[in-house]
Design a protein around this ligand. Structure first.
Ligand SMILES: [Zn+2]
Ligand SMILES: [Zn+2]
Length: 362
């Protein structure tokens, strides 16, 4: 009872048809009794709830995590944390029925809140209301995960490289952006170790030190979905903790050898690459047919260029199977294969790609 901050006692006796009796405590006549006394006398003794005068809450000033039920967990505003803390410590006896609780936080300072509490509940069909107040003092500190992060903790390394080539700066930036995106998604899903401890970029790619191996798997999957490529995981013993071996995971990511739009010579075909991951898809520019092959069999290839560097030239005439164009370099009129679904009109400019295996209209 000592922490009780009861302010008032109202009551709302429901209509009753029972006969009038005399209250043994105050001597007043009453048509309704609660535990053998009149509702007013019962209300004076009743304590609807118990709530400490001062409560303490802890939040992480780095990530906003809230220490709740012995765990760093839910995130919320300091105001929400104050209410949750008051709610957690609000004790209402089981003997009260139809309990209603209202909470109204008032900030005294950014980290000190008065939380006003209104509780309603029934005893023997009489509804009582009481209110009270608690002060929630919020302490800002670093949660376990943020401490680890600040301490350079990492469980894995994602190595971003490209297969048989050096990735472009843009590709590395794109991949790092995907790492961030995917890490944030994992953090939101509750993996508190889903953070990047450190990123190092090199001429041939980047190494990303990550807090969570589990998140690392998601990150690599996400990069492969968007950019293609492969990943190989390996483990190294990093020490012991509580008698258990601690392993670190290295995710060796390889972005695909070819990018979208690369034109590649492979087994007497000239292929414009659409997608190059576990499976390579593209268009055979020699006959406009779709091309696909498992990535592991896409070997002995020769990169001829990228369609981003295609040249514009004049379409001279269109025949049944071929089209006449001006060679973009020599300006001679030549006949080349007509692509499937070709519908440009003579005299217009079209894009062509010149290779040592011929000129192809795109
Ligand atoms: Zn009474
Ligand atoms: Zn934190």
């Amino acid at each position: 009872m000592k922490n009780m901050t009861q302010k008032e006692n109202k009551l709302d006796p429901k209509q009753s048809s029972s006969a009038m009796t005399v209250c043994p405590e105050c001597g007043k006549e009453t048509d309704k009794t609660v535990k053998n006394v009149c509702p007013e006398c019962f209300g004076k003794k009743l304590k609807l709830f118990d709530l400490p005068e001062v409560l303490h809450a802890r939040i992480c000033q780095r990530c906003g995590a809230h220490y709740y039920k012995s765990k760093w967990e839910d995130m919320g505003t300091p105001e929400e944390v104050a209410m949750l803390t008051a709610e957690e410590h609000l004790a209402i006896p089981d003997t009260i029925d139809n309990v209603t609780v209202g909470m109204h936080p008032h900030a005294r300072s950014p980290y000190i809140f008065d939380v006003l509490v209104d509780v309603g509940g029934d005893v023997d069909d009489v509804t009582y209301y009481q209110n009270g107040k608690t002060e929630v003092r919020i302490k800002r500190e670093a949660c376990e995960m943020c401490s680890r992060r600040a301490g350079g903790y990492f469980e894995g390394i994602i190595q971003i490289r490209a297969n048989n080539r050096t990735p472009t700066k843009e590709e590395v930036m794109d991949a790092l952006k995907l790492v961030e995106e995917s890490m944030l998604a994992q953090l939101k899903k509750g993996d508190k170790l889903a953070f990047v401890t450190d990123t190092m970029t090199f001429k041939d790619g980047a190494d990303v030190y990550i807090g969570s191996t589990k998140a690392g798997k998601h990150v690599c999957k996400h990069i492969i979905e968007v950019m293609g490529g492969t990943v190989t995981e390996s483990y190294t013993l990093a020490g012991m903790k509580d008698g258990k071996d601690i392993y670190r995971t290295t995710f060796a990511m390889k972005l695909p050898e070819f990018k979208k739009g690369d034109v590649v010579y492979f087994e007497d075909k000239v292929i414009e690459i659409k997608n190059c991951g576990k499976r390579v898809t593209g268009i055979n520019l020699m006959n406009s047919s779709n091309f696909f092959i498992e990535g592991e069999h896409f070997k002995n290839t020769k990169l001829l260029g990228n369609t981003a560097n295609a040249k514009e030239t004049v379409l001279v005439s269109v025949e049944e199977h071929g089209i006449q164009i001006l060679d973009p370099e020599t300006f001679e009129t030549i006949t080349i294969q007509k692509p499937m679904g070709f519908n440009a009109l003579p005299g217009s400019e079209i894009k062509v790609f010149k290779t040592e295996y011929g000129i192809f209209a795109l």
